[in-house]
Ligand binder design. Sequence first.
Ligand SMILES: [Cu+2]
Length: 142
Amino acid sequence: MRATILTGIAAAIVVAATAAACGGGSSSGTPTTPTSPTTPPPTSGNPTTATITIGSDGRVSPSSVTIAPGGRVTMINNHSRAHDMSSDPHPEHTQCPETNQIGFLSPGQSRTSGNFNTARTCGFHDHNEENNTALQGRIIIQ
Ligand SMILES: [Cu+2]
């Protein structure tokens, strides 16, 4: 009689363990404490937008900007020549594809990047003047 009860308990434990194993992670069996439904992104205190101007002297100013994750950068071309603003490294432009949305800027033209969602540093350059350091800079996302 007693052995039967123990066997029954053992069987129940096996069933429970199997069910937990097959739970697919939906339930660990531990009561979950409700948390706030969405965790807001950490506010870094940095601005979500920044503007870089290519001046009449053919130099980017400022050459370095810092934005918060999710932010965007607008580049304005006030130079007399067109510039093709692209992500490092040249010529792949793969580091920060968001930068490549700025791309080719005719004189007087401006365009905004995509959203820089990942905290990192993104170098940029003029694809047509890849060695011109006056047209190089960085966008720091933090
Ligand atoms: Cu390039």
